[in-house]
Design a protein around this ligand. Structure first.
Ligand code: MRU
Length: 367
């Protein structure tokens, strides 16, 4: 079963709730925009590409819900909403979903992509019948266009993961040690993952890599998700605390660092989980190649540099007590909890996308 999928009637999104892992593998169904927004905010679905896939399906579910008779009457009296009402309603819902988390560009990218598909369908109908003012494609066709696009995003993500895995695997050899931060595996994408793709593909091909997974404070994606996924796949994985990365590098156990990304600026500066930039500084110190792996949809050339990437700041309680049975700090102590940081492009050896490996000086104009 996919970690993210549409329900049979197309009106709900079903996800594996990542916030409960590794203790509990539970699928939950989300129907309202509020439930979907909460699922992204609370990291029930997380990881940039997975958030994009989820956003596509969320929009498809919300579009299908507009076909329900009750939705039609509550929207526009007894009449069937016109294309314009559909577009306006979907735009509002899309903006609401986009407001859940700011850093991963895939969220806005997916919402905009399905909206573009609906708009194209709408214009097609108008062109077919130019004489008729208010010619409508009709709700069914618009909702189908959104759903088709959402399915395409998911399908393409699977192909993307495989291509990234192949490129990444070409950079390492059997027995190499890989350090990774946060979780950029199948849970964060569709299959294979991005940073974990070469490792999982290598395992299938008999190329065994030894992985050191940073636990990734404060929400422990490395401990809860990366070590869970790799252990399940039979990969040699060792969990370390974030402050142990320097030691394993100094010991000579790491031949490459593989991390994912939430947004890459035009100059190659890369936003990823908080702590990533520190790992990059350490890798440069020890002369270890540092690779960023992600789909080309994560490259946002509208951001000239990392300075333009919005960084999410999260609830201080995540530092003070989340995932612990009792508080780990004095009550009310001031906390600063940025969820991401930006790794300077000068520290990145290569950015591996499904379209190839980019090396400095970064130039994404061909994408
Ligand atoms: O806060 P999260 O868990 O959504 O952060 C995820 C990351 O930083 C991942 O490394 C990134 O999204 C890449 S996932 C393929």
């Amino acid at each position: 079963m996919d970690n993210i999928q549409l329900s049979e009637d197309g009106c709900r999104v079903i996800i594996l709730d990542q916030s409960l892992l590794p203790g509990e593998e539970k699928y939950i169904e989300l129907e309202t925009p509020e439930e979907m927004h909460e699922a992204i905010l609370k990291l029930r679905v997380r990881g940039a590409p997975a958030i994009g896939i989820f956003a596509g399906y969320a929009m498809a579910a919300l579009a299908s819900q507009m076909l329900r008779p009750k939705a039609i009457s509550s929207c526009c009296g007894a009449s069937i909403p016109s294309d314009d009402v559909f577009m306006q309603t979907m735009r509002e819902k899309g903006d609401y979903l986009k407001s859940s988390r700011p850093t991963a560009v895939n969220l806005a990218w997916a919402v905009d992509r399905v909206m573009h598909a609906a708009r194209t369908e709408m214009f097609r109908a108008r062109q077919k019948d130019p004489g008729r003012i208010n010619a409508n494609a009709g709700l069914r066709r618009l909702a189908d266009a959104v759903r088709r696009e959402a399915l395409a995003i998911h399908r393409e993500d699977k192909e993307m993961c495989r291509a990234i895995a192949e490129y990444g695997l070409s950079l390492v050899k059997d027995g190499d040690g890989i350090l990774t931060h946060c979780n950029a595996g199948p849970l964060a994408t569709s299959e294979y993952g991005t940073a974990l793709g070469p490792i999982l593909l290598g395992r299938e091909k008999g190329i065994n890599l030894k992985v050191f997974a940073d636990e990734t404070r404060p929400l422990l994606q490395g401990a809860r998700l990366t070590s869970y996924e790799l252990q399940k796949a039979g990969v040699d994985v060792t969990l370390i605390c974030d402050n142990m990365a320097s030691t394993v590098m100094k010991n000579g156990w790491i031949q490459a660092v593989f991390v994912g990304c939430d947004r890459v600026a035009a100059n190659g500066d890369t936003a990823n989980k908080i702590g990533t930039s520190g790992v990059a500084v350490l890798a440069a110190h020890y002369g270890i190649p540092f690779y960023v792996l992600g789909p080309s949809s994560t490259i946002d050339t509208a951001c000239a540099t990392g300075e333009d990437i919005p960084i999410e700041e999260r609830n201080p309680e995540e530092i003070r007590e989340k995932f612990y049975e009792k508080p780990m700090a004095p009550e009310g102590v001031k906390c600063y909890n940025p969820a991401f940081d930006v790794t300077d492009h000068s520290l990145i050896t290569g950015i591996i996308t499904e379209k190839g490996i980019f090396t400095p000086p970064y130039n994404f104009s061909d994408l």
